[in-house]
Design a protein around this ligand. Structure first.
Ligand SMILES: [Ca+2]
Length: 188
């Protein structure tokens, strides 16, 4: 069983042309018994400026699941909004990543799909963006993943995060955990 959580933190201001939102994922696994809960809160950037961002889940969890075992998945949604008055180009990055077991990294066993829920901002319907923002292991996720063309002031996107614990994960991943941060960045 396991426990999976994503926490979000919200920057209230952005630096001139820079805004950062940090989301942290904590995943802790344990074999046969209970997974230990692990959560994290990411740091924030505060500055004055014309480009601002809000995060609907800040500072709470986007998703959480206890009792996770290989093959289980969990999902959650988060809204990211350009609350500024100028257009900004938004990107998503994986921030700091840690694993409790450096040899058998839990992050290699968590498959993450991040998708844009489309214009209606309702997930799992016909107008969702077909191509995911990211699909791959938590381990392999990179930085500065494009979130499309510049967002006008007031534009909001809702993203659905789905994390699946590799169904083929073996005993090497018992008692294992990983924690990651997701960073939302906007520039104009
Ligand atoms: Ca939709």
């Amino acid at each position: 069983m396991s426990r999976f959580k994503i926490l979000a933190a919200n920057p209230r201001r952005s630096l001139a042309a820079l805004a950062t939102v940090l989301i942290a994922v904590g995943i802790t696994g344990a074999s046969g018994a209970n997974f230990n809960a692990q959560t994290a809160n990411a740091g924030n950037t505060f500055a004055s400026g014309a480009l601002d961002m809000t995060n609907t889940d800040a500072p709470g969890a986007i998703l959480g699941l206890t009792g996770m075992k290989p093959g289980d998945s969990t999902s959650g949604e988060v809204g990211i909004k350009n609350t500024g008055t100028v257009a900004g180009t938004f990107t998503l990055s994986k921030g700091t990543l840690t694993n409790t077991n450096a040899t058998h990294k839990m992050s290699t066993q968590i498959n993450l799909v991040v998708k844009d829920c489309g214009v209606d901002k309702i997930c799992d319907n016909v107008d969702d963006v077909a191509i995911p923002v990211y699909s791959g292991t938590l381990e392999a996720m990179g930085a500065n993943i494009s979130l499309g063309s510049a967002w006008a002031g007031g534009a909001e996107h809702v993203y659905k995060f789905t994390a699946t614990f590799n169904a083929a994960a073996d005993d090497n991943y018992e008692n294992s955990g990983t924690t990651a941060q997701f960073v939302w960045n906007a520039t104009s």
